[in-house]
Design a protein around this ligand. Structure first.
Ligand code: ATP
Ligand code: MG
Length: 650
């Protein structure tokens, strides 16, 4: 492995390990083929990764732009692609899911067993009147049944709307009503940090607020907590599945059959109900899973730590991995139960080869310290992935050194609920890696960095990230709101998809994400990136996490305001703030020095673990805070607001 030393402006690149490259699934030819004939390339991927009941006639119909139709005329059943065909190919005995409950109970589900459960569940849902074109709400934690429920909907051609199990009854209610769900699938409860939790009461409360579309609630028995029961409406999952036939003849559906609705995490405002369809989505999730994670079903044990309540759990727990016939780990609980080494014990126990997680989790592990991963043998790991936010170079290096033994490639994957699948990421074994950069559009994907007027920018200049060509897994709309779909994504730069993120290319042409455009600051005419200043702060040995926002400032237009969490064991001293300001000045330049830095115990995060900068901006500008419905813990904001008014005078 060659490592190129360089200054802090030119980041270190890590060339692919020759032994890894020699065996890698992806080769450099993927880029060449995609560049030579983009649509032909996608047709090839579609036939390689998906089994079509009826072949498609046209790759893309973009005549109704921005409403796309991919693989026109093609028919498939998504669940058959994820389950049946692996059993038919003789892999029924392969483990699909290694389930591990938080209390330590386990279940091993083979593809043959998954096949039977999905068929029974499809029959059970059909018996409750669910059919093609209907919607089903799924409000479950990480259980085998969550995967089965989603696949059963797909098998019937019904769209699921998964609502994260940590959301309140109100959030659940608005999502059930918006999608007009016919059935809600939930459970009695789950476990969190060693204690039983309940889910069914939130469903009862949501339905009590009025949801006329819902006829039944299917209830998985997980932790045995007592539940209220509405006769005629509520049905036990296990009873319905036992009563159902284990055989279900799957029908093929049009490539554009709706597969699911999923709400975005609400980092920038009110969540949007994103609609995805079947063929294109499955093609791109399967293709990216195989190439970006370098997986082979007979070799790898894959683990994506995302909850099925987020798009990562849809695309990289359910559809992408199962379409590839992979063996994977599904874990119900938190990383610190019973102790802070739980994840690493699971990696060792199951021999996990590919781990996909979020920067927030990596930074949390950094904060906890290296002794927890050090307790376990992590040598099975081959590839490490990151998604959801910028991974600061500091966290990237820690992830590679401590978890990956300085050996594994790290794939930083940029994508969104809207894009459905990964869009910008290195290919392990092909791309020379660069800490902190998502690097290059995947083969078949076209992205650019443009200025205000939509003109492509040269290397080194910060601007807006746009996707210049449609892609198979792209969203097909915002549920029930055509106009919002056009306005949000297609109006800013006509003909191109505007992602809402700032970005720049470096000297090598690699793409660096700079945070939401709403977060890019203008200080005395200089455009500063929140992500860059945060990375500078995190590179200081005292700092575990940082969030930076721009606040209105009479003299400079905007001023940099930072919120930091110190690493375990570090106390705030009289010079801490001054030292951190100087550190940023040294790393980036005096213009980037924060006007104020507040040391906090916690940062406001969405339930998916992302920092909600818009709330911090409200605080920094002394405004009442905006929509907090997707916030994990609202007391965090109260503490910050009080701290801010106490230190006011900044
Ligand atoms: P909302 O759209 O409601 O504000 P959200 O954008 O957080 O919520 P998601 O679709 O879950 O909802 O997140 C996508 C966003 O996450 C991207 O637009 C980007 O800002 C960020 N993101 C995802 N992956 C990366 C990555 N690898 N590097 C940098 N940012 C990333
Ligand atoms: Mg978004």
């Amino acid at each position: 492995m060659t490592t190129q030393e360089s200054s802090s402006e030119t980041p270190v690149t890590v060339a692919p390990d020759p032994a890894f490259a020699a065996q890698a699934v992806a080769g450099p030819d993927l880029y060449e083929r995609a560049a030579a004939d983009r649509l032909g390339f996608w047709a090839e991927q579609a036939r390689e990764h998906v089994t079509w009941a009826k072949d498609f006639e046209e790759v893309l119909d973009w005549s109704g732009a921005p409403f796309a139709k991919w693989f026109v005329g093609g028919e498939l059943n998504v669940a058959v692609n994820c389950v049946d065909r692996h059993v038919e190919a003789g892999h029924g005995e392969r483990v699909a899911l290694h389930f591990e409950g938080e209390p330590g109970d386990t279940a091993t589900v083979t593809y043959a067993q998954l096949h039977e459960q999905v068929q029974r569940a499809a029959n059970a849902l059909a018996a409750l009147g669910v059919g093609a074109g209907d919607r089903v709400a799924v409000y479950l934690p990480m259980l085998v049944e969550s995967v089965v429920a989603m696949l059963a909907c797909a098998r019937l051609g019904a769209a699921h709307s998964v609502v994260f199990g940590g959301f309140s009854a109100d959030a659940l209610h608005s999502r059930i009503v918006d999608a007009e769900a016919k059935v809600v699938i939930t459970c009695d409860g789950s476990y969190r940090r060693g204690k039983p939790t309940t889910l069914k009461p939130a469903v009862d409360a949501a339905l009590a607020k009025g949801a006329p579309s819902v006829t039944n609630v299917l209830v998985v028995r997980r932790n045995g907590e007592a539940v209220d029961w509405t006769e005629g409406r509520d049905v036990w999952w296990h009873e319905a599945l036992e009563a159902a036939s284990p055989v279900h003849e799957a029908q093929a559906f049009d490539a554009e059959q709706p597969l699911f609705i999923l709400y975005t995490s609400g980092t920038t405002g009110k969540p949007k109900g994103i609609l995805h369809t079947s063929g294109g989505y499955l093609v791109q999730t399967a293709y990216t899973t195989r190439n970006v994670f370098d997986v082979r079903p007979e070799r790898d044990v894959y683990w994506c730590t995302a909850d099925v309540g987020w798009v990562t759990g849809h695309s990289y727990v359910v559809y992408g991995p199962l379409a590839n016939g992979l063996t994977q780990v599904v874990y119900e609980g938190t990383p610190d139960t019973p102790d802070k080494d739980r994840w690493w014990s699971l990696v060792e126990k199951y021999g996990v080869t590919v781990l996909y997680t979020a920067p927030t989790a990596i930074r949390t592990c950094m904060k906890w310290g290296e002794e927890f991963p050090a307790r376990h043998d992590l040598s099975s790991l081959r590839v490490l992935g990151s998604v959801g936010e910028n991974i600061n170079p500091e966290a990237w290096n820690w992830y590679r050194r401590v978890i990956g033994a300085g050996r594994t490639p790290i794939v930083d994957t940029w994508w969104q609920t809207e894009t459905g699948a990964q869009m910008i990421a290195p290919l392990p074994g092909v791309t020379a890696l660069k800490a902190g950069s998502a690097q290059v559009p995947l083969p078949g994907i076209a992205a650019e960095v443009v200025d205000d007027a939509g003109e492509p920018l040269g290397h080194g200049q910060a601007g807006y990230l746009v996707l210049t060509e449609p892609w198979p897994a792209m969203l097909r709309g915002i549920w029930g709101d055509e106009q919002r779909f056009k306005d949000t994504y297609w109006a800013r730069f006509p003909g191109r998809y505007f992602a809402g993120d700032g970005a720049k290319r470096d000297e090598d042409g690699d793409i660096w994400l700079l945070g939401r455009v709403d977060d890019v600051m203008n200080v005395s005419g200089h455009r500063l990136s929140t992500a860059e200043i945060e990375s500078a702060l995190v590179s200081h040995p005292d700092v575990a996490e940082a969030a930076v926002v721009g606040a209105t400032d009479e003299t400079t237009g905007q001023a940099v305001v930072a919120f930091v969490i110190l690493r375990g064991g570090h106390e705030q001293g009289p010079d801490t703030v001054a030292q951190l300001r100087d550190h940023v000045g040294k790393e980036i330049g005096p213009i980037a020095k924060p006007r104020s830095i507040m040391v906090v115990a916690e940062l406001p995060k969405t339930r998916s673990g992302k920092i909600m900068r818009r709330l911090l901006r409200d605080v920094a500008e002394h405004r009442p805070t905006g929509d907090v419905t997707t916030l994990t813990d609202s007391t965090v904001m109260d503490a910050i607001t009080q701290g801010m008014s106490a230190t006011s005078g900044d």
